[in-house]
Design a protein around this ligand. Sequence first.
Ligand SMILES: [Zn+2]
Length: 91
Amino acid sequence: MLRLKCPHCGERDHSEFAYGGDAGVKMPAIDNEDFEAWYQAVFIRKNPRGRHLEYWHHVQGCREWLKVERDTMTHEIFSVAAAREVEEGAQ
Ligand SMILES: [Zn+2]
């Protein structure tokens, strides 16, 4: 069972969260008309064994979107941060 440490609510059971997808995918610009770029971003995914960046939504808590680094094999959690803070900091 996964336990995620929400930066706002503290450590909670994963049942409070909803998986939101691969956080390593860079989506094309909204006005990009290249079908292949959208196809790759929306439908093509790696299936990593090991560390992976994911979005999780704290649906039954603060409703914050989180960026979680998790090992897909052991379920070890390496980091949890508010996605908007991580992504604002990266720009
Ligand atoms: Zn929370």
